[in-house]
Design a protein around this ligand. Structure first.
Ligand code: BES
Ligand code: ZN
Ligand code: ZN
Length: 469
């Protein structure tokens, strides 16, 4: 076998001793500014110098500089590199080792191609050198982060997958396969099961397509001492054309990615189980397509739901909340869940409000909110809490049914969330709208590639008790 090329990677803060002691020629070639990169090949083995600038960095930027290093190595076809991380970690804080590792593992990701000939996109490998941790600590952190990042990359692959290659059935069966060797019980409900269970809201959307709907339940019991679990529900619409309220061609971009919430939940459970985290999670992922068929639901229809509540359809494109409603009631009515979190690419309104880097969050419980933000703080992901009041509840009241699936007075993100909350009973509830953050074109950060981002997986991992260091 051919020896892979090797390199050393060093990070430099502009004010640091190491940078200051460079020659003026080197300083000219390598500015040390944030995300600047320079290959020094004067000493034989190539040395990659990455700049950190002069200001304190937040988690996202640390992930970015590390991802930059990974990309540089990949471009130069460097297989193995030795990474010296003391300077960056003393500058930013030791706890940011997680971000360095995450950036390294995610930086090399490329969206899958479906060509006849497969390209070799093997990712570079790294050795970490640091005096701030023991060898054991470093190897454990590497192992756990690589599990978490493998989950993120798997979710990206799924979200990037075209609708014809990831139908609800393929999705459900793949998940079943994926958890085979892990301590996770997988239950797959088929359309026939859903009919018996009277999952009418999920069936209504599912009937808009020839490919039938599925509901997948994942049960991870990593903490035998505790009876209760956190409930996670993720939207698994494998393609969203809008149904009879058909989307315009321009707004069809990325409709295959409408199962990013489901993919995030699956990814988080996978990482928790694989890293043997002591926690309990029950996840529900309703999977279906939203298309047009002769039996598709229509505006004005009044449908039923698993909870028994009736729903007036104001718009067939507001399908996500329908299937989430059934999955949320299924968990809160049948399982011992102490908290319920739903996550979905749910509204265009949240994209207008917060763009592609901040997720929308709605929550009715202060403690749950605090716990979530602590987790988000660890992952470095950005979320903004959006308030809700009685007047917003009124916007989804219906004249002919228990609730309506759209508001005619705006507040699209709030009312979509409140619709789902009506199916959560009294369980503390937190809602994430990742319509903006799940998909990016072009990439905003160095650790992303265009397309699926793998949003929310690391935050959900930390929320459920996952740790790296
Ligand atoms: N999946 C979409 C939301 C979406 C929009 C995701 C843009 C990603 C990018 C959802 O099912 C939808 O179509 N929502 C409608 C709701 C409306 C009809 C009330 C929307 O936001 O336009
Ligand atoms: Zn829709
Ligand atoms: Zn949708």
């Amino acid at each position: 076998m051919k020896e892979k090329n090797a390199a050393e990677i060093h990070f430099y803060t502009q004010k640091g001793e190491a940078y200051q002691s460079l020659s003026s020629l080197q300083k000219h070639l390598f500015t040390g500014e944030l995300l600047s990169a320079y290959w020094d090949i004067s000493k034989g083995e190539p040395v990659l110098m990455i700049g950190l600038g002069e200001e304190a960095l937040e988690a996202i930027q640390i992930k970015e500089v590390a991802a930059k290093a990974a990309k540089e190595c990949q471009a130069k076809k460097i297989g193995n590199s030795v990474l010296f991380v003391d300077e960056i970690l003393t500058f930013c804080g030791k706890e940011h080792l997680i971000d360095v590792l995450e950036g390294l593992y995610l930086g090399g990701y490329q969206e899958p191609k479906f060509t006849k000939e497969k390209e070799d996109i093997s990712e570079p490998s790294f050795e970490i050198k640091s005096t701030l941790f023991t060898e054991e600590e470093l190897s454990l952190a590497k192992e756990k982060t690589s599990v978490l990042c493998a989950s993120i990359k798997k979710a990206r692959d799924r979200v990037n997958a075209p609708a014809n290659r990831l139908t609800p059935e393929i999705f459900a069966r793949e998940v079943q396969e994926e958890f085979k060797n892990l301590n996770v019980e997988v239950t797959v409900f088929t359309k026939e099961d859903l009919i018996k269970m009277q999952m009418d809201a999920l069936l209504t959307v599912g009937d808009s397509a020839q490919n039938p709907p599925f509901l997948v339940i994942l049960t991870y019991k990593g903490d035998e001492d505790k009876e209760e679990s956190i409930g996670l529900v993720g939207k698994g619409v494998t393609v969203d054309t809008g149904g009879y309220c058909l989307k315009t061609p321009g707004s069809m971009k990325g409709i295959r990615g409408d199962m990013a919430g489901g993919a995030a939940v699956i990814g988080a459970v996978h990482a928790l189980a694989k890293n043997k985290v002591k926690t309990n999670v029950i996840a529900a992922i309703p999977m279906c397509e939203n298309r047009i068929s002769s039996g598709s639901f229509l505006t004005g229809d009044v449908i039923s739901s698993y909870s028994g509540k009736t729903i007036e359809i104001g718009n067939t494109d507001a399908e996500g909340r329908l299937i989430l409603a059934d999955a949320v009631s299924y968990l809160t009515e049948n399982k011992k869940v102490s908290q319920i979190l739903d996550i979905a690419t749910l509204t265009g309104a949240v994209v207008n409000l917060l763009g592609f880097t901040i997720g929308g969050l709605i929550c009715d419980n202060e403690q749950f909110y605090q716990e979530f933000m602590e987790a988000a703080n660890k992952s470095g992901e950005r979320y903004l809490r959006i308030p809700f009041y009685k007047e917003h509840e009124k916007m989804i009241d219906s004249q002919v049914a228990d609730v309506k699936n759209i508001s005619e007075q705006g507040c699209g993100t709030i009312t979509a969330g409140l619709f789902i909350r009506r199916f959560a009973g009294k369980t503390p509830w937190l809602h994430l709208d990742i319509a903006g953050t799940a998909w990016t074109d072009p990439a905003v950060f160095e650790f992303q590639a265009k397309g699926a981002t793998g949003a929310a997986i690391s935050t959900l991992y930390y929320l459920a008790g996952g740790e790296i260091i």
